[in-house]
Write a protein that binds this ligand. Structure first.
Ligand SMILES: [Zn+2]
Length: 232
């Protein structure tokens, strides 16, 4: 009898922890679907009415619960709230030229994931990126603090150059390599985020935003997410 109740308790504990991991993963996938649905509305010119009015602003003075963290480029053509058709308090955005991360910006990501419990992080590069182009241009001599950005992108540029192809191919590949470089930097430098990812509390997705179509092409997505539907 005692043995039976021990196994019953063990079973319940396992069930609860599996349930929690499932809930975390489910939240990440739901957030991902929500984000991509917003991008679909944007690309099909069927934008929703934004929740940005007085009532929403007042509600947000009590706190924020953004469902996704977006790390992307500062480029004026790459605006997360617009491309994902979102209002106030929905996205926690970190923008820096070339979508590179450093300890300060990584701290911002950690804040949103750990303290605001955002279940999804998207690392987003974009085509025609000026920062990646500057890193590719061997003749240009970046000045001032731009050097720090270019230096971060250089390993991606080297990889893409080795792969070869036309000038456009190399730029496009460098943009993609740069996103995975940012992802690797994050995993290496943030035990906090790595833990949240390992426990299923944070899903990480990478992608490239296309200036002409407005579509977000997903490079890697959570399992069972409808990635092929949105990729092009
Ligand atoms: Zn850019």
């Amino acid at each position: 009898m005692l043995r039976k109740s021990f196994f019953t308790s063990l079973f319940l504990v396992l069930l609860v922890s599996a349930g929690l991991a499932f809930t975390g993963a489910q939240k990440g996938e739901e957030a991902f679907s929500k984000l991509m649905d917003g991008n679909k509305r944007f690309t099909s010119d069927t934008l929703s009415r934004k929740n940005v009015g007085e009532a929403r602003r007042k509600e947000l003075t009590k706190g924020q619960q953004p469902y996704a963290i977006v790390v992307t480029c500062s480029d004026s053509r790459v605006s997360p709230e617009i491309m994902f058709d979102e209002g106030l308090g929905q996205l926690f955005v970190i923008r820096v030229a070339g979508n590179v991360l450093d300890p300060v910006s990584l701290g911002s990501v950690e804040y949103a994931a750990e303290h605001l419990h955002s279940p999804l992080l998207i690392l987003l590069g974009h085509d025609h990126c000026g920062a990646v182009t500057a890193a590719l241009d061997t003749k240009s001599k970046p000045e001032g603090n731009i050097v720090a950005i270019v230096r971060k992108i250089m390993p991606a540029v080297k990889k893409a150059t080795l792969k070869g192809g036309t000038k456009d191919d190399i730029l496009n590949n460098a943009v993609r390599e740069n996103v995975s470089l940012t992802q690797n930097y994050m995993l290496r430098k943030s035990p906090v985020l790595k833990h949240l990812i390992d426990t299923g509390e944070l899903k990480v997705v990478t992608g490239v935003y296309h200036l002409d179509s407005g579509a977000v092409e997903i490079l890697s997505a959570p399992k069972a997410a409808p990635e092929s539907k949105h990729a092009h």
